[in-house]
Design a protein around this ligand. Sequence first.
Ligand SMILES: Nc1ncnc2c1ncn2[C@@H]1O[C@H](COP(=O)(O)OP(=O)(O)O)[C@@H](O)[C@H]1O
Ligand SMILES: N[C@@H](CC(=O)OP(=O)(O)O)C(=O)O
Length: 516
Amino acid sequence: MKIYRLFLIGIFYDSEFISKGIMILLLRKTMLSNSSTTVNLDIQAKKIAVMKFGGSCFKNAEAFQQIVKITNLYDQEKKIYVASALHGVTDQLIQVTEYASSKNTRKLEEILESIKQRHLSTIQMIFKSNLEHQLEAYNGIKNYLAELSKVLNEVNEFGIIPYFIDYIVAFGEKMSTFLLHLYLKMNGFPTSLFMGEDLIITNDEFNNAFPDLRFTIHRVNQNLLPILNDANTNRIACITGFIGRNKIGYTTTLGRGGSDFTATIIARAIYACNQEHKIKVILWKDVDGMLSANPEFVDNPTLVKKLNYAEAKELAFFGAKVLHPKCLAVIENQNIPVEIRRFSSPSKKEDFSTISELSDNTDMKGIGSIKIASMITLSSAVMVKESGFVGKIFSILGKNNININFIAQSSSEIAITFVVDKNDGERALNLLTTSKDLPIKWMDVKKDDIGIIAVVGEHIHKSSNKCRIFRALSEIDLDAISISQCSNGLNISIIVPIKRVQEAANAINNEFSTPN
Ligand SMILES: Nc1ncnc2c1ncn2[C@@H]1O[C@H](COP(=O)(O)OP(=O)(O)O)[C@@H](O)[C@H]1O
Ligand SMILES: N[C@@H](CC(=O)OP(=O)(O)O)C(=O)O
């Protein structure tokens, strides 16, 4: 109780700003301490499991016990644990940054207090009877929160600058991974704690960084491999998900849901250090695996047990939170498998998904959907056989940072339809209708809000499968507004009215869930 009170007094009320000088010194220190060039190649082949634990794996004491159970289950593997922030903490950290910038002190303190309480109650929950670990956890979290407060004061002073957001949201993963590391230690597992900045070097794209593999591999080789090589202790490396750093040492983040990406980046880097290792990535989720559709949107989606990288990437694009869209890019050519498994039933022998170069024989692997987007259609005979016309349209949008996620053009060249994010629809329409580069008085340009269904699978392009898709739509009396399929044949995207997206997804899912 005494410890607890001391902690409460100490945490937040330090209003000093971090001086730039101290920040630079700290950055230099990190860089220098990691700048040795020794390369560790002397390692033996091992079974390595890089496991990612998401926010829902830390929700209560039972969840932490479940991680111990998983640790025992995988006692033959060298284990690397990648942890996300406690559920919802990243959103809260984004909120506090905004409140700091808008100088809304009341709201800022309210959310900061909630973040603090979330971590304090987790500490009480998981270290109940172990005072030594409780104290270590309190002190560690206290320091993280004090640092967080200081940076928020800086946001208050300077406003939101992109690198502030990454630096601030990274605290979620830093605190949860620190607690996981202590918890495993308390349970008798030797562990080493790593911050993402120690291992993952990225480009400068704050909020959505991409790893620089060459330097990341070098860091992993120097800092992480000695742990994998330690033959005497089966030490677990606990690494913060979601976080990296750019070359001058500023913290970067890998995009929302980026802890999946951390796991695959680490797996890839280990593979590069020794290709004899048998590495796999396991993403522990609150579902059995990759389902044929979002279970919150479609009734009775089926579990896809084996899907290949190309299929999984198509599905990840559609915001299936189950998989970070970029995370397969770094491992697919190395054929490092990714298992998606249910956290609450880790010993299942078969009901989980494996993403690898192998795909099972089901033709429909998944249905993605975009519930609302803006469809733009341009029709005009002046486009016919006019080289560069489409180029002009797209460059007007591209120069204005408007992304296109669906394209269909009739071969007569009389009309072209494409889709942009709903927030860009009105702007796209204005840009096109006021452009001096287009003969607009001869063109009909219109914008409609629509939804998209994407049906994915390596063999989905087969006529027999297309028949099934359109039979399902015909049975609910739904006519596609537009259709697109690239020649890789993996994805048939269909534009449907917004109000019927869910119905269409269900109809197609039902069609493929029953034998043909
Ligand atoms: N096609 C899909 N297959 C499986 N889950 C999906 C799919 N689409 C959306 N989801 C959602 O993704 C969630 C899985 O994410 P979750 O376990 O919360 O991951 P994390 O903790 O890594 O963020 C599920 O709860 C599910 O609702
Ligand atoms: N905490 C980060 C990264 C992450 O991967 O989270 P989760 O595992 O909860 O998707 C986020 O919320 O984006």
